[in-house]
Design a binder for this molecule. Structure first.
Ligand SMILES: [Zn+2]
Length: 543
């Protein structure tokens, strides 16, 4: 009797459950089935191919990636959101490069003048903080960078001089902890002593690589973004204080150019470098009778990059005018001296995961509309994401929340970091955790949630511009590996099972947020109660 009663009770319970669950849950499970690792692999194989040269922004390669993503999104049913039925939101960029026609080094000596050209013989180390113009000084050899310190340089007159060093550096130790004494900085020391510049003769490995591949120097462009306000991100370093305001040029030169500057033969140059490699300390001292004049001038052009943007309209007549955004950047890094940085994890993983989420949402969509943005120029400072929130094609106050995917494919297969989920809305954070518990049950790690963590991940991906607008946002992040931002972030290391799980989780979380009666409640900070640009004045760095 007892036994039979149990069966009856169980049957009733299951039947009842089936009635309430058959609608949304059945559709959700069909949606979940549409998310397949095998589909992601096809697009990963294409977009992370070395032929894309790392999809740097701006570049033709990243524009081809954008066109491909837009096409794939379109055939899955994503609708355009921008005027004229376009999937592309253009982000203007001013690109400054070193001018090969106008930049050169001139060496003056008793025997006359010799000229060295950019980018064959020399290049500025960086043009980020460099001013245009010419500067000159007598040449002083300061030995190997590895050996240079206050003791080895103390007898040299460096004021107004061009300091030439062999670019052998000490092996990198562990990163110094906050509060540790600042390590000796050669450039800072030279600037303090009033040197006119520092010229580094590149290491034998770099010289061999350039020679073997027939390459020239690569110098990263300087970019400016007139359409975006990135204040509050706190990424730009303050100018060193208390230093003389002399122009200070930092250059790298090939071995032959180093010989020309020092007035020795190429064979003597190689000998001196080899001695330094063996651990000997080439003696520092002035190079009599030689003056080096560096002229660096720029070329500037204006071009545009594109966010890829599309929408899946919500199922509710009223709530479809509110939004959830799902973002992931499509760009990565420039080639450097022949090496491609494919960025398979960072961030083809999210770019292709988003295509699978479209497929699932086409089976069951939430009441709110879902906007997909494949951001451009994240690696240049979250530029595409800032541009989107600041030139939003829908009222930005109507965005309930942002789910940002950036790096989904590495590390512990059952762990994921949430970054920023709890900084504006308790409800948002709780929904995400509940969606995880209900779907793929990965362990959530909160190590990087706050603004105080020294790695500053809070500020470092495309959810942050949303947070600055008072829109709850989370970065779903697998964490870095030793391959992060190196040529080793390749397709073969991708964990497709992990990507599939995170894609399923994001789909479920998107449905939950999109179906809530109200937008995510802002209840964490007393100074952020409404969404909008007025929140840009909130100081996130101070907390
Ligand atoms: Zn990234």
């Amino acid at each position: 009797m007892h036994f039979r009663k149990d069966i009856v009770r169980a049957a009733v319970a299951v039947g009842f459950f089936w009635v309430i669950a058959a609608g949304p849950l059945a559709a959700q499970s069909r949606g979940l089935k549409a998310i397949r690792a095998a589909d992601m692999r096809i697009h990963m194989d294409f977009l992370a191919a070395p032929e894309f040269e790392g999809r740097p922004s701006p570049s033709t390669a990243v524009e081809i990636a954008s066109a491909y993503i837009a096409e794939q999104a379109k055939i899955r049913g994503l609708r355009p959101l921008l005027p004229g039925g376009s999937y592309f939101q253009y982000v203007p960029v001013e690109v400054t490069t070193v001018s090969p026609a106008k930049s050169r080094l001139r060496i003056l000596s008793a025997s006359g003048e010799q000229i060295l050209y950019f980018p064959q013989a020399f290049a500025p180390t960086s043009i980020r903080a460099l001013a245009e113009g010419a500067s000159s000084g007598r040449v002083v050899f300061i030995g190997a960078v590895r050996d240079a310190d206050e003791k080895s340089l103390k007898d040299l007159d460096l004021g107004g001089k061009m300091a030439v060093a062999i670019g052998l550096t000490a092996p990198e130790g562990p990163r110094s902890a906050a509060g540790a004494p600042t390590p000796f900085s050669l450039t800072r020391y030279l600037r303090e002593k009033g040197a006119a510049g520092m010229i580094t003769i590149i290491s034998p490995e770099r010289e061999a690589n350039l020679k073997e591949k027939g390459l020239r120097f690569d110098v990263a462009e300087r970019l400016a973004f007139p359409s975006v306000d990135m204040s509050g991100r706190g990424s730009s370093l303050p100018a060193p204080s208390g230093l003389p305001s002399l122009p200070f040029v930092q250059l790298e030169v090939r071995h032959e150019a180093g010989a020309t500057i020092l007035g020795i033969t190429p064979a003597e140059m190689e000998e001196r470098i080899a001695a330094a490699v063996r651990g000997e300390h080439p003696a520092p001292g002035p190079v009599e009778g030689r003056i080096l004049e560096a002229s660096i001038y720029f070329d500037t052009r204006t071009t545009a990059m594109s966010n890829v943007v599309g929408v899946i309209e919500g199922s509710d007549l009223k709530l479809k005018n509110e939004y959830v955004t799902i973002t992931g950047h499509q760009d990565h890094l420039s080639m450097r001296e022949g090496a491609v940085y494919p960025g398979a994890d960072d961030n083809v993983s999210a770019s292709v995961a988003m295509l699978e989420i479209i497929e699932a949402l086409m089976i069951e969509r939430p009441k709110r509309s879902v906007i997909f943005v494949w951001d451009t120029a994240e690696e240049r400072g979250l530029v595409g994401s800032y541009h989107f929130v600041q030139h939003c094609p829908v009222p930005v106050e109507k965005i309930s929340a942002n789910l940002n995917l950036d790096m989904l494919a590495r590390n512990d297969p059952n762990m994921i970091y949430f970054v920023g989920s709890n900084c504006l809305s308790t409800e948002f954070d709780q929904i995400l955790r509940a969606a995880m518990a209900r779907s793929v049950r990965m362990r959530i790690d909160d190590t990087f949630q706050g603004t105080a963590h020294p790695d500053r991940f809070f500020f470092r991906s495309d959810q942050f511009p949303y947070i600055q607008y008072g829109i709850p946002g989370v970065w779903i992040f697998c964490g870095t590996t030793p391959d992060y931002h190196t040529p080793r972030d390749t397709r073969d290391k991708v964990d497709y099972a992990k990507m599939e799980k995170l894609t399923k989780f994001t789909y479920v979380a998107c449905l939950d947020i999109g179906n809530r009666p109200e937008m995510m409640k802002l209840d964490v900070r007393p100074d952020v109660k409404t969404r909008g640009t007025h929140n840009m004045s909130v100081n996130w760095r101070a907390r």
